[in-house]
Design a protein around this ligand. Sequence first.
Ligand SMILES: Cc1cc2nc3c(=O)[nH]c(=O)nc-3n(C[C@H](O)[C@H](O)[C@H](O)COP(=O)(O)O)c2cc1C
Length: 141
Amino acid sequence: MLVRLLYVSQSVGPITTTVTTSILEKSSANNKKLDITGVLCQGSGLWMQVLEGERTRVNTLYSQIMADRHHQNVQLLSIEEIESRRFGQWSMALVYLSKDDPMVQMAHPEFDPYSATAKDAMSLLEELIQTSTPIVTMVSI
Ligand SMILES: Cc1cc2nc3c(=O)[nH]c(=O)nc-3n(C[C@H](O)[C@H](O)[C@H](O)COP(=O)(O)O)c2cc1C
């Protein structure tokens, strides 16, 4: 059974290139092995991530990610059963969700994933992917 999970979290400390690169390297290797795909969104001290794959595997990985000391206040926004993947081409892609980015700010001045509906958060993610081209596209499956 395939599921899609969406969560948001707050970074502990600044999100440096070193942290991001290390996460993407782990994700690239591990997610490929687990047949998990998705998108990781970062910016303004926040992470938002979509994980798609077999339910037990997604749950196990999510528990592991939740325990990661790089972030806190990990909040599940949604988990749904799906017929097909939306982000099947990426073991993990990175897009920036930045209030520092004037384009994002202009389009979404009020956006706060902690109070947004899962539907709105997912729509924003999809919009960012379509309009900004994922910044880093890790190993394609
Ligand atoms: C925001 C965030 C997203 C992450 N996403 C993934 C992921 O998609 N896949 C993955 O294997 N690890 C991910 N990680 C890293 C895991 O939390 C964990 O460090 C890793 O899976 C296991 O690393 P280890 O083999 O060093 O124990 C993420 C970490 C953070 C902070």
